[in-house]
Ligand binder design. Structure first.
Ligand code: ADP
Ligand code: MG
Length: 331
């Protein structure tokens, strides 16, 4: 295994605020790690430290085996970083910015040509190459930011909200780009778009108030949702009550909830006991009773649910409070 980023006991305090509180994790080549958390959780602060742009209060960071503090130049060569909000030199054009970044990075002529060509092509910047960056749309600015982050073909890519401000097609393109690059790099992306985790990440870390509250594969996170293996059933409103009582009779069904759909259909959700598999018994019971349903499906689990539970804090959890709730709602 090729461990490209190692973070151990990382903490950052700003006066009385502990923005990052004793975080440890590592990322291997081939992994795309999703960094999730409500606004103010500490994602950007962690990324700034991991890339050597902010020094930690305590803790250690290694990039490709090199300590960030001892080898600041070497690690910047191995890392590509898209900062939050992508501050770019507005009066430059994408073309002049990419050349400037190549100079700063001291790329050889060949590296520069390949790097710029690849970045421009992957991010579809051809049309705006000679237009001042400040006149570009938010989506194009993000893509210029991404281009400068990948120009030197880094081993570690740290992207702070890379799809922020992009339209659905552009998001899709960025996800495809990440997918293509993922086998040869270690990639960390922060996001509060949960569908992104399913779409691109092989692993997800959820942070809340500067601490890691989950570090798992997306599918494992989904399994923590109360909707995991729940069965949704859409029926006409006159069949809903009978369907409900049939579902209640099934021993593997813990509870049933009803939601009225905008389509006029009723949706019933049968929740399993202990996340068990209930689609077989549900289908059999409905068939036996001759109840016609419009639609039936098994849920994988809802990440929003898990995210909220972990970042707002349930009963007996010491995480919580009005501020966190507002931020989570906002996210
Ligand atoms: N330079 C700074 N000075 C003081 N507080 C900061 C600074 N940067 C971040 N913070 C605080 O640290 C916490 C984490 O911020 P940040 O890492 O930006 O969160 P996220 O990226 O998850 O939204 C927040 O409470 C934020 O206000
Ligand atoms: Mg941030």
């Amino acid at each position: 295994m090729d461990r490209l980023l190692e973070i151990e006991g990382l903490t950052k305090r700003f006066g009385p605020i502990t923005a990052v509180d004793n975080i440890s994790f590592s990322v291997d080549r081939g992994e795309v790690l999703g960094f999730l958390g409500p606004n103010g959780a500490g994602k950007s602060t962690t990324m700034k430290m991991a890339t050597g742009y902010l020094s930690p209060t305590s803790g250690a960071i290694k990039v490709c085996g090199n300590d960030v503090r001892q080898h600041p130049i070497e690690i910047k060569r191995r890392i590509g970083y898209l900062p939050e909000g992508a501050p770019l030199y507005g009066e430059m054009t994408p073309h002049s910015l990419l050349n400037f970044v190549s100079d700063v990075r001291q790329l050889s002529r060949e590296q520069r040509r390949n790097g710029i060509d690849h970045a421009v092509e992957s991010l579809h910047l051809e049309r705006v190459l000679h237009q001042p960056i400040e006149t570009l749309s938010k989506g194009y600015k993000r893509r210029v930011g991404l281009a400068q982050a990948i120009i030197h073909d880094p081993d570690v890519l740290v992207l702070d909200e890379p799809t922020d401000g992009l339209d659905p097609n552009q998001k899709h393109e960025v996800r495809e780009l990440l997918d293509r690059m993922s086998s040869t790099k270690a990639i960390i992306i922060s996001t509060h778009i949960l569908e992104e985790v399913d779409a691109v990440c092989s692993r997800a870390i959820i942070i809340s108030q500067g601490r890691i509250v989950a570090d798992q594969m997306p599918s494992q996170l989904e399994e923590r949702s109360r909707f995991h293996n729940a069965v949704g059933i859409r029926v006409t409103p006159d069949g809903a009550e009978r369907c409900m009582s049939i579902l209640h009779e099934i021993s593997g069904v813990r509870s049933v909830e009803q939601v009225i759909q905008s389509s006029g259909l009723s949706e019933l959700v049968a929740f399993p006991v202990d996340g068990g598999d209930i689609i077989g018994p549900v289908r059999a019971a409905l068939d036996d009773n001759g109840l016609a349903v419009s639609e039936m499906f098994v849920e994988k689990g809802r990440l929003e649910d898990v995210f909220r539970d972990l970042t707002i804090g349930g009963p007996g959890d010491d995480v919580g409070g009005a501020t966190m709730k507002e931020e989570a709602d906002h996210a």
